[in-house]
Design a protein around this ligand. Structure first.
Ligand code: BG6
Length: 546
């Protein structure tokens, strides 16, 4: 059974046209300063996202970008580099940049518009003079995005009023967050004027544990107001993640079932086929738990488990999310370790390609004890979810790339069909498919046609692509646009971040104290056997990933 919409014309089934995206009006003009301009994130995700926004007509003619990085480069060289990367991104299929409607070529006019609005500044982020140069450059750019020559009067160096709206995007190593923010503040660049707001986008990792996250928040909130800070979690840019709220709160029939009366347990999975790739030194110091759980996995959990907010305002939504994450039960070290499995991949084959043992990956310590997989059982201590386990798992170099939330309902209360061979009927499941396929499906029981009463499991499947036109989307478009329009709903407030860390801190402490051991799994498998045991203990099983 598929959910594909079918209309009838002269008795013949025809598919109605796919529904197009709702275009957003251009965001207010601003300068987007990207620190870390030569990095992967800028080339692979931010620029393609800006290009998609340009194509959708969502950028104001007064919009401009200033890339900031160490290496000396002219505007023209930077633009050329970006042109090469963006063409490459669009030519690729799959991976982080999904081109869903086949081969999309870069549209010359739209790219030319954006390209002409891109500038470059070579700067040392530790040098206060770099921020003076930056202020001067922002002020000296006129509305057409072209640089004015020195001595151009009202937009001269240091003229705060000429700077206008600015977003500072920290796409840099986390060790540089603090000094960069301090320098921005000292150079008065974070000071809002009547002529312009100042906002800060900060990428993860936001801290390394609860204490460091709190410390970073303290530093930021000394120089900025909370509504100027946009803590990025790119999972919130994913359409299906945003759709969880619509699914729950724009439909009448899910919510009455969405609680401990009807739900047996929830499984949240983010399984990746990629290994650590070129990020060995970052990853080895981070591990699967810190890299994925307090942020991405808890976003999925919060969307699925939070109470209905009393409005769709940024604060109402973020307050509900904070509450549910704060309700995750904190366990003493031994129990926390007992409810957690950590694994590390060994050599194997992922989708036909050989994968090295994790410890032999570039920039990984040969005696590393970092986990590349984590699975855990979490309990949420509130009225809605008391006694309903949330099982969470994520790992690298696994057999399949799949992110999903599976809601497993309780079994029927009475075995009416007890004489059937299928005496124990599987319980119903609702699956929210986040990626790579986006949609919602449900499994239920149906009668097999025929004189005998026989029952079989069937599936109802809604795919986004059956209803809506696919547009190339990096996931960053909505987030950048929302920051430009000042909508923080899809960004993390300080309490959301700290709540996430507080919930994983007992596990970090337990591991630090030596509780729980690291188990190996073969690259290309479904993860360590110990993760299966974690559920088997409760008489449950993970959903099959393949
Ligand atoms: C990043 C993690 O935040 O998210 C990566 O640092 C991970 O390790 C990535 O691969 C997953 O994001 P996506 O969008 O590819 O599922």
């Amino acid at each position: 059974m598929t959910g594909k919409p079918v209309a009838r014309k002269n008795g013949r089934a025809v598919s109605p046209p796919l529904i197009d995206h709702v275009a957003a009006p251009p965001a207010p003009p601003c300068t987007l300063v990207i620190f870390g301009a030569s990095g992967d994130l800028t080339h692979r995700l931010l620029m393609p996202a800006l290009y998609n926004l340009a194509r959708a007509g969502s950028l104001d003619p007064g919009f401009r970008v200033i890339g900031v990085s160490r290496s000396p480069m002219t505007d023209e060289q930077f633009r050329e580099d970006l042109t090469t990367s963006i063409k490459k991104c669009f030519a690729e299929t799959g991976g982080a940049f999904d081109v869903q409607d086949g081969h999309v070529t870069v549209e010359k006019n739209q790219w030319a518009f954006l390209r002409d609005h891109i500038h470059y500044l070579a700067a040392d982020l530790g040098d206060p003079n770099s921020y003076v140069d930056l202020g001067n450059l922002i002020a000296s750019l006129n509305d057409n995005g072209t640089k004015k020559k020195a001595g151009d009067g009202d937009r001269a160096a240091g003229n705060q009023a000429a700077i206008g709206n600015v977003i500072f995007y920290l796409a840099i190593a986390s060790s540089l967050f603090e000094p960069t923010i301090q320098h921005l503040a000292a150079s008065q660049l974070l000071k809002q004027t009547r002529n312009g707001w100042r906002r800060l986008i900060i990428e993860k990792p936001f801290g390394h544990d609860l204490a460091s996250a709190k410390e970073l928040d303290k530093i930021i909130l000394k120089v900025l107001r909370e509504d100027q800070v946009f803590r990025m979690d790119h999972f919130l840019g994913k359409e299906t993640v945003q759709n969880i709220m619509v699914l729950r709160f724009a439909n009448g029939f899910f919510e009455p079932l969405w609680n401990r009366q009807h739900i047996d347990h929830v499984q949240i999975t983010a399984s990746e086929t990629v290994g650590v790739e070129r990020r060995g030194s970052f990853y080895d110091a981070t591990g699967a738990l810190r890299d994925m759980v307090p942020n991405h996995m808890f976003q999925l959990l919060a969307m699925c488990a939070m109470e209905a907010p009393n409005s769709f305002s940024a604060d109402a939504v973020r307050s509900e999310k904070a509450k549910v994450v704060q309700a995750i039960r904190a366990l003493p070290p031994r129990e926390a370790a007992n409810d957690t499995v950590r694994g590390r991949y060994m050599a194997g084959t992922v989708q036909g390609k050989p994968v090295k043992n994790y410890r032999e990956e570039p920039d990984v310590r040969r005696d590393s004890t970092t986990e590349t997989y984590v699975a855990m059982k979490l309990m949420i201590d509130n009225w809605r979810w008391a006694d309903v386990p949330f099982y969470v798992r994520t790992g690298k170099a696994l057999a399949t790339r799949k992110t999903e939330i599976a809601i497993r309902f309780k079994q029927v209360p009475y075995a009416l069909f007890r004489d059937l061979p299928q005496a124990t009927l599987p319980s119903n499941e609702l699956i929210l498919h986040v990626q790579p396929e986006e949609g919602v499906s449900t499994n239920f029981q149906a009668k097999v046609p025929g004189q005998q009463l026989a029952i079989s499991g069937v599936k109802m499947n809604f795919k986004y692509s059956d209803y809506f036109q696919a547009k190339p989307n990096t996931g960053y478009e909505t987030l950048i646009y929302d920051c430009m329009t000042g909508d923080a709903t899809l960004f993390q407030r300080a309490d959301n971040i700290e709540g996430g860390w507080a919930a994983v801190q007992p596990i970090l402490d337990a591991w630090h104290k030596g509780y729980g051991s690291l188990t190996d799994y073969k690259a290309g498998s479904n993860g360590p056997a110990a993760a299966d045991d974690l559920l088997a203990r409760d008489g449950r099983r993970w959903r099959d990933l393949t």
